[in-house]
Design a protein around this ligand. Structure first.
Ligand SMILES: Nc1ncnc2c1ncn2[C@@H]1O[C@H](COP(=O)(O)OP(=O)(O)OP(=O)(O)O)[C@@H](O)[C@H]1O
Ligand SMILES: [Mg+2]
Length: 252
């Protein structure tokens, strides 16, 4: 599904991703944990075709085809969705209109207004997303947690094939995190082929959405791959304890 090989990415003269490799197959849930500034958000932006970052070498394939060089909307239309760490607000673009346009961009026939409103209101209610925010400018005046819920609302409506959740857990209160994760798990139950990449600093979200693979990323590359338990080992030991990397098999 998503296959990244020897990806090297720079901004100006700063190298951010360094021979980065990952392979995520249909239906798999992966998590990446790593220190601040190690390139996790850069990775999600590069996957979605952000042109501020220069791909010097390597490749990103989605469903067997290279997506390097494609525009962000083309990549999104293939079914890749990123829930961003810091969702922006867009003044003057009404949220519901934005969502409808995004849905229609992925459909042959435009969604009927009645069907759209019913779906939007139903999903917003499930996520405890305030209805008034649906009719406002995208994220205008929205709190940190409300912005995260809006990302998940978008995701559920767009029905992507591959989801990246970049620090979805930051900014969500305890009940909201649970609710949002239940929403995602429900989505995954109904769309079992979806691939998922969760970027996080803490294992809590992984207790709700359980990954089969956990990767530790340092200095722009994966230095260790393990199972679910690796997240808890990282939480206990942190990134400066090299015994994590030294134990067991490492990712090349
Ligand atoms: N557009 C940019 N211009 C200059 N430097 C950038 C740019 N984007 C990212 N960087 C730098 O690249 C490094 C990686 O940033 P990135 O946001 O990917 O880190 P991260 O692993 O997501 O960190 P965090 O856990 O804090 O979210 C940082 O040092 C950051 O300052
Ligand atoms: Mg980040």
């Amino acid at each position: 599904m998503l296959s990244i090989k020897k990806l090297n990415v720079v901004v100006g003269d700063k190298k951010i991703l360094n021979d980065f490799n990952i392979d995520i197959k249909e239906g798999e849930i992966h998590a990446i944990m790593g220190p601040n500034g190690t390139g996790k958000s850069t990775l999600s932006k590069v996957i979605l075709g952000n042109k501020n970052y220069e791909v010097v070498s390597g490749d990103i394939k989605f469903d067997g085809k290279s997506i390097l060089g494609l525009a962000t909307d083309e990549i999104a239309r293939l079914g890749v969705f990123v829930s961003f760490q810091n969702p922006i607000s867009i003044e003057g673009v009404v949220n519901s209109e934005f969502l409808k346009t995004a849905i229609n961009a992925r459909r042959e026939n435009a969604i009927g207004l009645f069907e759209f409103v019913k779906e939007l209101e139903g999903k917003a209610k499930e996520l405890d997303y305030p209805e008034e925010l649906i009719h406002r400018g995208v994220n205008v005046g929205a709190s940190g947690g409300e912005r995260k819920k809006n990302e998940v609302l978008q995701m559920e409506l767009l029905e992507p094939k591959f989801i990246i959740l970049d620090e979805l857990d930051s900014g969500l209160d305890i009940d909201s995190l649970k609710k949002v994760c239940e929403g995602i798990n429900n989505y995954l139950k109904n769309h079992p082929k979806t691939g998922v990449l969760i970027i996080t600093h803490y294992p809590r979200i992984l207790e709700y959405i359980k990954p089969q693979f956990v990767h530790m990323m340092v200095c722009g590359k994966i230095v260790k791959t393990g199972g679910y338990d690796l997240a808890f080992e990282i939480e206990k030991k942190g990134y400066s304890d090299t015994s994590i990397i030294d134990s067991g098999e490492n990712n090349e």
